[in-house]
Design a protein. Sequence first.
Length: 393
Amino acid sequence: MSTLPPRWSELIDRPVNDIDTPALVIDLDAMKRNLVRMAEFAKKHNILWRPHAKMHKSASLAKMQIKAGAAGVCVQKTAEAEAMVAGGVYNVYISNEVIAPGKLARVAALAKKTAAHGGQLAIAVDSTEGLIRLAQAMNEARVRKGGGTVIDVFVEIDVGQGRCGVEPGSAAVTLVLELRKHPALRFAGLQAYHGKAQHLRSARERRKAIAKAADAVLLTRQLIEAQGVAVNLVTGAGTGCLVLEAASGVYGELQAGSFLFMDADYAQNERDPAQPQFEHAMFVKTQVISTRSDHAVCDAGHKSHAIDSGMPLVHALSADSALEYFNGGDEHGILRPAAGCSRLPGLGRMLWLIPGHCDPTVNLHDVMIGVSGGLHSGVVQRIIKVDARGALT
């Protein structure tokens, strides 16, 4: 792993006010509380958890999660898996389809590397062609490099996302039976992730969506097991409805990732009473650089935070100084008083934004600055490198 420039390491032990803007800052105290709550929830419900590292893209945070009890991590891209393995994370699941021969050769090499470290690489498939290509890449690696590395394979079914995955039922059975013909592939279970359900605002809507998904999983599992094949694990779930998958009786592993940082979009969900109380732990620090009579301008535009899930929330300084953020372009944010307020921040004032979507926001930054002791009087404790920044292949 590459070392960080001195300008980052020199921030250690300095007050939060010394952090230049815009910057991605992690409230380490809140993050640790989120981690403890997730670990306690999984233990209480006797369910595995494999958080998505595509959210934080950091090998050091992945290892922290594994130390807290996670079974490993998920990623969505081969390059993300490579970044995790390079950083010493050896239980990695690529919960996505990989088709290109060049990428599959990299997957096969990663499978060998993780096995050499006592770990395991897994991947998702949703087509016969995808299975055959994966098996070919694994076999070619065996011939070229020797050894009998096996990769775990999850058959992905579409339980409502409308993206990847075969239809639940007989189509999945066909894939499982084909998979078992290839010695280098080991059937690990079913991938059943319902991403759309995570952001349904009402708890009732989420319960309905996950109940339907669980029915599809149960039917598929029964049909596969009728063929004499055990389905040892069903993996899926996200931060928005992890309590529902945990209670379903069919899911054995949770893939929730955003819980660690939380973002403005998840904050809009009606909270399920059974859901752990996760806190916002990721912020973009920004500074007011211009003022007018009716608005202020900060130096954090959408190059510093993703806007696919809406504009960021402004972390309220006090009840009478609540602000709303409006898009000012690449480098600027427009700040106006919220309803019922009239105060605007002065020139040079430091503010904190809660991004709409944590995953793509992290991908915009080289590092995350970890602060302990709070956002107003805390101290920089660690610099967290975004190892998989730009890992898109």
